[in-house]
Ligand binder design. Structure first.
Ligand SMILES: Cc1cc2nc3c(=O)[nH]c(=O)nc-3n(C[C@H](O)[C@H](O)[C@H](O)COP(=O)(O)O)c2cc1C
Length: 479
């Protein structure tokens, strides 16, 4: 992307599949940057297939997959014409580990390919993919799948994505790529790596382009560090404040809580935009800036534009279930929706924003602990040198038996299952219950009325019109 074609609005990546291909496609068609979430897409993909792929979209994308044998194998394994039988749980994928089988990698490749391919279908607009740096193990296969579908931009935050630019350079020439896996207790002179070799999957004849890479940061110091020390070019930054939806960076220094139990952020937590301008790399602001005034102010501060999440999360195209959108928009209209920044809920240890909306029953700590998706499992070195995987939201004994502390398990929620439930793909349990949703939103959820303008629903285009004025949004893109 050259300076002339930078978007004014980036529709933020929202996992799991809240920013799905339909939302990203709508935004990209309007000339702004549409972003699919790549987090846990492999599970989303196999669940959509098990639900019978009612619109045929997944199969349409798979029909264009560069290696038909892989596409056929995916259908053979996961597609259920007509969907699952009543009371039939989803068949789960094996949880990720440092090394997985070629077929398991291919599920991830195909899933990311499908999402990006569908988001790019039928227009020339730009599509990005968002991945969480902390979710390390599926990253390389996800990037490769997205690149096979021609993804234009990769955006990554929730950690320090120092090694990603170099990995993109390698994958773009179909060369093996390597990332370092964080393993607690591992001596630094014996690094454990994640490696991905495109030649294993037989698609090295497909010409790939190197997507742009935008790092999502909360502090200018991190941006400066990445600009200097990343393993390849960083093409842009999203500077995200602590009011943004999803995970937030923790406050700097010792964490203090307010009387509701939320982390307190201060002036030291705001990025220095002067320092951002000095880097000479385009940047976008994110977090409570999704208003026409927020966009104008961001531009005045030297930003290329804004990244917006919450307003798009409740649009017709997003992955939230229709019921969640309806309830939340009605609670917003009645002034009853808010957000709690939970310092404990996420097993990543980062603060995580949870929607407060009286009519939505969400997962709470009465959920029987069970870890079967495992995206937030972290790796640790056992005394005998073997690598083990654990999640602090898993059953307490499972976690402590693998060397974790009981204290670490307190207040943790199963984000993986909760986030699958908000997009209507919640797992059915043996006792007949279905996993409850966990809805995340930015602090601005209570201000959605300005976007909804009295309507009970609105589209992604309505959000863009609100942000950019009534001129067709595509015309607002420079160049
Ligand atoms: C439902 C939801 C899920 C999100 N998930 C992610 C995510 O997976 N990765 C990420 O980098 N940011 C995530 N975000 C943050 C958005 O990409 C965006 O930066 C943020 O929402 C901007 O602030 P706003 O909500 O005030 O517009 C999420 C936000 C929301 C509302």
């Amino acid at each position: 992307m050259t300076a002339g074609t930078l978007p004014l609005v980036i529709q933020g990546g929202m996992g799991i599949a809240v920013s799905n291909w339909k939302l990203a496609q709508a935004v990209a068609m309007a000339g702004q940057l549409g972003v699919v979430s790549g987090t846990a897409l492999d599970s989303v993909f196999v669940r959509r297939l098990q639900d019978g792929d009612p619109t045929g979209a997944v199969r349409r994308a798979l029909a264009s997959f560069p290696k038909p044998e892989i596409a056929a194998e995916m259908l053979r394994r996961y597609f259920k014409p007509g969907g699952r039988a009543p009371n039939e749980p989803y068949t789960a994928l094996p949880m990720y580990k440092q090394a997985v089988s070629a077929v398991r990698e291919q599920v991830t490749i195909a899933a990311n390919y499908v999402e990006v391919w569908l988001a790019k279908e039928g227009h020339q607009g730009k599509v990005g993919i968002n991945l969480l740096t902390k979710v390390q193990m599926p990253t390389l296969a996800s990037l490769y799948g997205a690149m096979l579908a021609g993804v234009d931009v990769v955006l990554m935050g929730a950690g320090i994505p120092r090694e990603i630019p170099g990995a993109l350079d390698a994958l773009a020439i179909q060369a093996p790529a390597v990332l370092r896996l964080d393993v607690e207790g591992q001596p630094s002179d014996q690094p454990v790596t994640l490696s991905f070799d495109p030649s294993v999957h037989g698609m090295t004849d497909v010409p790939l382009k190197r997507p742009d890479f935008y790092a999502i940061v909360s502090a200018h110091s991190l941006a400066a560090n990445l600009a200097r020390k990343a393993t390849g070019k960083v093409d842009g930054f999203v500077v995200e404040g602590a009011t943004a939806g999803g995970h937030n960076a923790p406050p700097r220094g010792a964490v203090k809580l307010n009387d509701r139990g939320e982390p307190i952020y201060g002036e030291r937590d705001a990025a220095d935009l002067g320092a951002m301008r000095e880097l000479g790399i385009p940047f976008w602001l994110a977090g409570s800036v999704g208003t026409p005034e927020g966009l104008a102010e961001a531009r005045r501060q030297g930003a290329a534009g804004i990244q917006v999440g919450t307003a798009f999360a409740y649009s017709d195209e997003s992955g939230f279930t229709a019921e969640i959108k309806r309830q939340v928009l009605s609670d917003v209209a009645e002034g009853r929706a808010g957000v709690f920044t939970d310092p404990r809920a996420s097993p990543t240890g980062f603060p995580f924003k949870i929607l407060e909306s009286p009519n939505i029953t969400q997962q709470d700590d009465t959920r029987e602990r069970l870890c079967d998706l495992g995206y937030l499992r972290s790796a640790a070195r056992r005394e005998d040198g073997r690598t083990i995987y654990r999640c602090s939201a898993a059953p307490v004994s499972e976690y402590t038996n693998s060397g974790g502390t009981e204290e670490d398990t307190v207040g943790r929620r199963c984000l993986c299952n909760g986030l699958m439930a908000v997009i209507g793909l919640g797992q059915l349990r043996k006792d007949g219950s279905v996993e409850l949703p966990m809805v995340t939103s930015g602090d601005t959820v209570s201000e959605l009325a300005a976007v909804a303008k009295g309507r009970t629903s609105y589209s992604a285009m309505d959000v863009l019109k609100y942000l950019l004025g009534d001129a067709p949004p595509a015309a607002a893109v420079a160049g």
